[in-house]
Design a protein around this ligand. Structure first.
Ligand code: LFR
Length: 488
């Protein structure tokens, strides 16, 4: 049988890729066609994404697939990070660069909104973890400042929806990416209208919701001419990168927790229904939408961002590879310094090593001086945060959890995988590293009828990619470190 070809565009906060997936005999093969950098652009004191250059890179990816690899994909699909959106005017033109979620415009938006709508009410209506950058707060900050941009906005589209729109001309909102906005009814494909109205956000700027796996249109003729592609289906995959990643957890049953490990670590469980309670509010957990109507009950943990930003800060002094950074951590003394990775001072501090030192000072610790000590502090603290999160997940969900699947680029970090197993006392199963692109591709395959269900998608993942297991080892005193961690 001739394989089917699906082209995934997978955009992250630091890079984007076009990945070709070839599905044949229940096995998937991936080929990286194109890779490019992505970075927030600081302009006039604000941070933005350059959607136009990103779109141009995606077209380059499609062109290369056809012209250099000689493969016409059967469909295309886009996934990106969550919450950010573009503005369209009445003529359907993109009228501003989209703000990046780490921009400071929402620094006080949560307190401001809670003065008008109590936090409990917002949570019970959305079931989403409070983070100042959620689309709800981004839009509310524009309402508050009487933004003229909002005045001339006819529609907003989240990043993957906006790119789908540029490819196909169809403006719709895919459910998983919409769920990151904090504007949906938990567990349902429905905008939370009472909240939207109360926050003063014009409901008319929101477009119709579609399920992941919907064929929303076909590639525009002009893009066909530019790239040499046929008018293939443009598929709304699970547009939220984390939802795509979780769709490719290589599990057979459902008694697992996952950590989707990249710029963020998204740690949680998959559930048939949302958990929205006083307890989940207190612990600040999210209920985002997954593939096939599942709920991704999870916690955003600051993740590799801490490491990426240290690397960037040290760049002039030394251009470390990721492996070199792990090496340094391995040689450093364990548990000497601990941080809470999710402290708000780490969201976008400009100079991450300085922010880490300041946190240590503030919490009565000495300052980590060497690069090695700082990196070790981040890894130890992440592993301890995973333990803490696992305990909370168990408490809220009452669900049996027998292992932790680590997926995404961070699954290649064998050192952190082992620390995670040690800190949590659980078996860790690492891989696939290309989880996001894989989930994107498999949802396309399902949309075109090549696969029947999420279960089948996961079987393909198991057939296609090796995983590595890490068993907990009790060499260090994690309990003692954990007690200190919880005091922070
Ligand atoms: C990961 C991610 C997270 C989301 C964060 C911001 O890439 O999509 O799931 O909370 O980025 O959008």
């Amino acid at each position: 049988m001739q394989g089917k070809h699906f082209l995934a565009f997978d955009l992250g906060a630091s890079s984007g890729r076009a990945i070709l997936g070839t599905l044949q005999n229940e096995k998937l093969e991936l080929t990286e066609i194109h890779r490019f950098e992505n970075q927030m652009q600081q302009i006039n004191g604000h941070f933005f994404w350059n959607i136009f250059s990103l779109f141009s890179e995606l077209k380059t990816g499609l062109k290369k697939c056809i012209q250099e690899h000689g493969i016409q994909p059967d469909s295309i699909g886009v996934d990106t990070w969550g919450v950010d959106f573009v503005h369209l005017n009445r003529e359907g033109m993109i009228i501003s660069l989209p703000f990046a979620y780490r921009d400071s415009r929402t620094d006080t938006a949560m307190e401001d909104l809670f003065k008008e709508i109590p936090a409990e009410e917002v949570y019970s209506q959305t079931g989403i973890q409070f983070m100042q950058f959620n689309s709800l707060f981004q839009l509310f900050s524009m309402v508050k400042e009487k933004s003229s941009l909002l005045d001339i906005t006819d529609k907003v589209l989240f990043m993957p929806d906006a790119l789908n729109y540029l490819f196909s001309g169809k403006a719709v909102t895919e459910r998983t990416i919409a769920s990151t906005s904090q504007l949906l009814v938990p567990g349902e494909m429905k905008w939370q209208h009472p909240l939207i109205e109360k926050a003063g956000i014009p409901a008319s700027i929101l477009t119709d919701l579609v399920e992941p796996g919907t064929i929303i249109g076909s590639l525009k003729e002009e893009i066909g001419k530019e790239t040499g592609s046929k008018a293939v289906p443009v598929i709304a995959v699970a547009g939220h990168d984390t939802a795509s990643a979780i769709a490719s957890v290589p599990a057979e049953g459902d008694d697992f927790a996952y950590i989707s490990s990249g710029t963020w670590s998204l740690m949680g469980i998959e559930s048939p229904q949302p958990f929205v309670s006083a307890q989940s509010l207190e612990m600040n957990y999210t209920n985002e939408g997954g593939v096939e109507g599942t709920t991704r009950f999870l916690k955003n943990i600051m993740g590799m961002w801490l490491i990426q930003e240290c690397r960037r800060a040290w760049m002039d002094e030394k251009d470390y590879s990721w492996d070199e950074m792990v090496q340094l951590a391995q040689e450093a003394e364990p548990f000497k310094y601990l941080i809470n990775p999710d402290d708000s001072s780490f969201l976008n501090p400009g100079n991450m090593p300085e922010a880490i030192k300041a946190f240590c000072r503030k919490t009565g610790q000495e300052e980590p001086e060497s690069h090695a000590a700082i990196i070790r502090c981040v890894y130890d603290s992440l592993a301890l945060k995973y333990r803490f999160t696992l305990e909370q997940l168990r408490k809220i969900s009452q669900k049996p959890i027998s292992c932790i699947h680590i997926i995404g680029g961070g699954a290649n970090n064998r050192f952190l995988n082992q620390l995670t197993a040690d800190a949590t006392g659980m078996k860790v199963i690492a891989g696939p590293a290309e989880a996001t692109a894989t989930g994107n591709i498999l949802v396309q395959a399902k949309a075109l009828g090549a696969l029947a269900s999420l279960r089948e998608m996961r079987k393909v993942v198991r057939n296609s990619f090796p995983v590595e297991e890490f068993q907990p080892q009790a060499q260090l005193n994690w309990d003692k470190a954990y007690r200190r961690f919880k005091q922070l």
